[in-house]
Design a protein around this ligand. Structure first.
Ligand SMILES: *Cc1c(COP(=O)(O)O)cnc(C)c1O
Length: 453
């Protein structure tokens, strides 16, 4: 009986020769056919009847097509979370995308001095822009801010003490915990103060012979409220200067514009930290800066030079496409057009009325199942927790028997990511590129009607 069942399974050659697999890449088709027949054999061994020949071929075809699909694809972010970590954080300015494509397609003066024709340094490309925008003496860029923090501690504090408030011993996300990074860098962590209250006197009492640095870490993704106290960057900077130790300030977001102009809480800026006496300021390229993934480092020249020379700098260096994208993004700030050209800031600056007008237009085009209500957009990305912007939301009422999560799944199948709240599907157009509005309307109409994606 079992013998017969095994014999009923097709040979690899027979499946490969089937006309339904015509045009499939040979090596991939062979791999997947073997896997599929092996799986069928295991089923038979477990006592199941052998799958039909047609089902095996169809399964092989589906798996080949799935393997050839692009695994990372563009989506419409209708969640209203501007820096959505799971959806890739900052969308880039057209200028940045074009600069990245241009330098990726061919060659560029990445490490080449155009005047002498000799070898140059990749750090030289972003440094003048970063210095001009932040008032720093020196600057460099690495792969991301987490690696920037590791590099700063390794280059400036290995084997010595660093003093940090207990209120800032944070986990940023993705398992990036400050105490673990300290251990990895071989800097010795000296904790001061308490979770909710740390005073400048706590820092002062902890500084000694072995102290290399005072460290501040922006509590990006949470807020402690109530009975709290922490010294200002100016007080910590003054103490660092007075005692001859370095202040390393991880400000997280890399905010170069004034958030209070948009009704948001103030965010620390690199310029303020440097002016307060920070020796090194660290921030991300793809949070509020609105550029590609990177860790940006600005500060005093001798410190930044030490970081550039450290072996880790080579391990965490930035690639040419990201350097080109960052340079293009920073130039928009320099030109004074960041609010109009950098998508993160365009989204933050977009008035509620502008979102509402688009939402009304979309709801009318979608039909009777769509309406508009007031809501809030989030900045996200570990910046400005608890902070939100007034917005207008398109509400989709799910058809009978589908439910809100079912409707959201149908939208996901059309690459539109919506919010589900209180059994309703909500779309916030603040985070949708207006060029995608037409596609969103079609996706909503199809999802509501149950048309296959
Ligand atoms: C986000 C963040 C990091 C990590 O930055 P990445 O660019 O994601 O590596 C580190 N420190 C702070 C304070 C942050 O907010």
């Amino acid at each position: 009986m079992a013998e017969d069942s095994f014999r009923a399974l097709p040979s690899v050659d027979r499946v490969l020769g089937d006309e339904r697999l015509r045009g499939a890449p040979a090596a991939l088709a062979l791999d997947i056919t073997r896997e599929t027949i092996d799986a069928a054999r295991a089923l038979v061994r477990a006592g199941s009847p052998p799958p039909a020949y047609d089902a095996i071929v169809a399964g092989v075809r589906t798996r080949i097509d799935a393997a050839l699909e692009p695994p990372l694809r563009p989506l419409v972010n209708a969640t209203g979370v501007i820096l959505h970590t799971n959806l890739g954080r900052a969308p880039l300015a057209d200028e940045a995308v074009e600069a990245m494509a241009a330098v990726s397609r061919g060659y560029g003066n990445l490490e080449f001095d155009m005047a002498s024709g000799r070898r140059g340094s990749r750090h030289g490309i972003l440094e003048p822009l970063l210095c001009r925008l932040t008032g720093a003496e020196a600057a460099m860029a690495v792969n991301n801010n987490a690696s920037g923090v590791l590099l700063a501690l390794s280059a400036l504090a290995a084997g010595r003490d660093v003093v940090l408030s207990r209120g800032e011993l944070v986990e940023i996300g993705g398992g990036f915990r400050i105490p673990d990074v300290m251990r990895l860098s071989r800097a010795r962590l000296v904790e001061v103060g308490t979770t909710n209250r740390t005073r400048i006197a706590d820092f002062a009492a902890a500084v000694g012979e072995r102290t290399a640095a005072l460290v501040r870490v922006h509590a990006s993704n949470f807020r402690i409220v109530g009975f709290t106290e922490s010294p200002s960057i100016e007080d910590v900077g003054a103490l660092a200067r007075e005692r001859g130790v370095v202040l390393i300030d991880d400000i997280g977001s890399g905010c170069l514009l004034d958030t209070t102009r948009y009704g948001l809480a103030p965010e620390p800026t690199p310029r303020r930290s440097l002016a307060a006496g920070a020796g090194v300021v660290l921030f991300s390229g793809d949070k509020l800066l609105g550029g590609p993934q990177a860790g940006l480092i600005v500060g005093r020249r001798p410190l930044v030079e030490r970081m550039k020379r450290h072996p880790l700098a080579r391990a965490v260096r930035l690639d040419k496409a990201s350097i080109a994208g960052l340079a293009a993004t920073l130039r928009l700030y320099l030109a004074g057009v960041a609010e109009e050209r950098v998508p993160v800031w365009r989204m933050i600056a977009m008035p509620r009325e502008a979102v509402a007008a688009r939402a009304q237009g979309l709801a009318a085009a979608i039909g009777e199942r769509a309406s508009v209500i007031d809501g809030r957009s989030m900045v996200g990305g570990g910046s400005l927790p608890e902070e939100s912007l007034p917005t207008a939301l398109v509400v989709l009422a799910p058809p009978r028997g589908v439910g809100a999560s079912g409707l959201a799944a149908r939208l996901r199948a059309r690459d539109v990511i919506a919010r589900v709240e209180a059994a309703r599907v909500l779309l916030d157009l603040r985070t949708v590129d207006p060029r995608d509005d037409g596609a969103v309307v079609r996706s909503c109409i199809d999802a509501l009607s149950g048309e296959r994606a």
